[in-house]
Design a protein around this ligand. Structure first.
Ligand SMILES: Nc1ncnc2c1ncn2[C@@H]1O[C@H](COP(=O)(O)OP(=O)(O)OP(=O)(O)O)[C@@H](O)[C@H]1O
Ligand SMILES: [Mg+2]
Length: 399
């Protein structure tokens, strides 16, 4: 882990000033900004997004979330400062979870509890010392095959199974849909990342870590820029560096890629530990898949790096997955059934099929199965028993 990393920490207090004593208690732990009001916070942050924010919630978590929204930023780790009465109130806990807080700290805080909450947040932002996560890139040479849908739902399924820090990187820099599939409106994306000093590793790292958006499930998203132009100056070299930084931050990083072959795509595929080549079991789709496999062998990727995932499989499919796999001279890694109505409804509501608790329906069940197989094959242990409050206070149980 990069010892030079200096987290930017925002302490956003309210009229009760319960957090007044916090900055000296965090001395040496990062760059700490204390603000008694939004105006003060705005002035002191000067456009930077904090890695960790501790926000006083005397008037409730929803109000605190509103104040952060007014600041227009999504810190990487959010701690709710709650009175001891609030911290014991299930309504407050539910509200804090909905307001996307990651942890709760009783205020005024005691030094030990504060340090524990802070270190815990830092661990989640940085990843454990020396740890390297796995990178799984999903790709199809044919557009509209379901790559983004699978990336998002697979991330949710892996996260739901517990015990892993899961991120999704949307490398479809021209028409990224990950944020919208997850019903997120990120304030920070990969946009204009190319403007960050290309040679300065720390600047890129700090910048990138402040562009992570929290999904309520606990999955973290690095969204594609909403404006096409803002992604243009992200080079292939930067893509490699971004993935390496995120590999430290997550146990498992899923990368959604576009169909176009270019040096940015190749950089992402090179970095990946595993490529899921997604194809429909249809004759024209198989021709594209064969072309992709040929490309991968030209890149000298080992056979086991590429796993064939069939999507939108139906009993009436032109070919069944085994036949399609045979035609490609590769084993089928997994087959995901078509479930049109549910996915269309999910997309229209901006709610992914696995975003709510247990996997229901053939698509969600298959994705959960794919997630289990993948985590086993990547060397992660069996899924942990599902915690009651998924994603919330997740940090205290993990690592
Ligand atoms: N298993 C499935 N059953 C039914 N519909 C599906 C399935 N998987 C994906 N779809 C639908 O197919 C469409 C395309 O999916 P998606 O956008 O994920 O594909 P993509 O490969 O990422 O496309 P693009 O080339 O635009 O990036 C979406 O409407 C999605 O809901
Ligand atoms: Mg896509």
């Amino acid at each position: 882990m990069n010892a030079a990393f200096t987290p930017l920490v925002l302490i956003l207090d309210d009229d009760q000033k319960n957090l007044k004593a916090v900055p000296p208690m965090l001395e040496g732990k990062g760059k700490v900004v204390y603000a008694g009001s939004l105006e003060e916070a705005r002035g002191a942050l000067d456009g930077q997004t904090p890695h960790i924010a501790l926000v006083a919630c005397a008037s409730g978590p929803a109000e605190a979330e509103g104040r952060l929204a007014d600041l227009g930023m999504t810190p990487g780790w959010l701690i709710a400062g709650a009175t001891s009465g609030q911290a014991a109130d299930p309504e407050f806990l539910r509200g804090a979870m909905q307001a996307r807080f990651n942890d709760i700290l009783s205020i005024p805080p005691e030094a030990d509890a504060l340090h524990e909450a802070f270190d815990n947040g830092l661990r989640h932002i940085q990843g454990p010392e020396g740890a390297k996560g796995k990178v799984v890139a999903l790709y199809s040479g044919k557009g509209g095959t379901g790559v983004s849908t699978l990336a998002v739902n697979l991330a949710l399924a892996l996260n739901h199974q517990g015990g892993l820090r899961v991120g999704v990187l949307d490398l479809d820099l021209q028409c990224g849909v990950v944020a919208s599939l997850m019903n997120l409106q990120p304030t920070q994306t990969l946009g204009k990342l190319g403007d960050v000093a290309a040679g300065d590793a720390n600047a890129l790292r700090d910048e990138l870590l402040s562009r992570i958006t929290n999904h309520e499930s606990g999955v973290r998203v690095i969204a594609a820029p909403p404006i096409l132009h803002d992604g243009l100056n992200i080079t292939a070299e930067m893509v490699s560096r971004v993935i390496r930084i995120l590999r430290d931050r997550f146990d498992l990083l899923l990368v959604d890629t576009p169909k176009w072959v270019g040096d940015r795509l190749v950089a992402a595929l090179d970095e990946a530990d595993q490529i899921l080549l997604v194809a429909e079991p249809l004759i024209p789709a198989l021709a594209k898949a064969r072309e992709s496999l040929r490309l991968f062998s030209r890149f000298e990727y080992p056979q086991e790096k590429v796993a064939l995932v069939f999507n939108r499989v139906t009993k009436e499919s032109e070919l069944q997955p085994e036949e399609a796999a045979q035609a490609l001279s590769r084993p089928a890694y997994f087959a995901v059934p078509a479930e049109h109505a549910r996915l269309i409804e999910a997309a229209n509501r901006g709610v992914t099929p696995l975003a709510d608790a247990a996997a229901r329906g053939p698509f969600a069940k298959a994705v959960a199965g794919l997630a289990e197989k993948l985590r086993a094959d990547l060397g992660f242990g069996a899924p942990k028993a599902q915690p009651k409050k998924r994603g919330f206070l997740f940090g205290r149980k993990a690592s």
